[in-house]
Ligand binder design. Sequence first.
Ligand code: ATP
Ligand code: PAF
Ligand code: BAL
Length: 282
Amino acid sequence: MQITHTIAELRQALAQRGRPAFVPTMGNLHAGHISLLHEAKRHGAVTVASIFVNRLQFLPTEDFDSYPRTWDNDCAQLRAAGCDILFAPREKDLYPEPQLFKVQPDPALADILEGEFRPGFFTGVCTVVMKLFSCVFASTGGGAAIFGWKDYQQLMVIQRMVAQFALPIEIIGVPTARADDGLALSSRNGYLSAAERQQAMALSQALQALAAAARSAPGSLADLEATAMQALRAQGWEPDYLSVRQRHNLLPPAMGELALAPLVVLGAARLGSTRLIDNLEF
Ligand SMILES: Nc1ncnc2c1ncn2[C@@H]1O[C@H](COP(=O)(O)OP(=O)(O)OP(=O)(O)O)[C@@H](O)[C@H]1O
Ligand SMILES: CC(C)(CO)[C@@H](O)C(=O)[O-]
Ligand code: BAL
């Protein structure tokens, strides 16, 4: 695996290697990330992973400083998975000047759910992803980029960005890798204490219960969501939202659509000081 830090090094490493398949990450890699890399191998001649903890997508009150940075272990996992090129820019390599131009996603999609609770999050994500795409794909004329469904709204925002800017990049979604008890794998799971880890499966269970209730129980969706949030609170969690949405636009479904429409239930909740997200299509 070739390790590159600057944009020039990356582009040199990519020269004459064929179509890249790119997996952007913030590091602290786990089996979910590695499943993206395996998928990448099916979509490109050369696989590129990036590790960059992007300050732009964190609120000042969030965990940018404490976000786990596990360089040696990440490199070992990527090597074992057969990654060809790792791009790990330092902040000054990616942002040699302050990033004054930003990519502002459509508020109808980006100011709801995660965007409501993390204002500016998707502007930070879109800006860094656009920049990473430019680093990887500008000299190759396009390729594929792989994202996890675990970050459902992020994947949708990026799909829209690529379509709207006519970027020659195929966006591939990969299903969520889970622990045996159903907890979605996530770097932030490492913040959980042993006792919290025992309660952690309650989030995915709450999403399953809400999905089942939405399909079968008549009555108001807002009531079902409030009941699900209350049940999660009773298990020690503090939910930001548990919400049933239409898959294609993440807006609430009309009552008549509950029985048949393609839906997704999305949730974000805090256990102690750890905030996790998850979702389930149904
Ligand atoms: N369990 C998972 N299954 C599949 N893909 C995943 C999983 N967890 C993360 N990913 C994907 O890996 C990519 C990089 O994500 P990131 O580095 O933020 O990891 P993360 O585990 O989501 O971290 P965090 O805990 O900070 O949310 C994203 O496309 C994300 O959706
Ligand atoms: C896409 C991403 C790498 C941008 O920083 C990040 O949001 C993530 O890891 O999901
Ligand atoms: N996996 C999403 C990155 C973040 O929460 O900042």
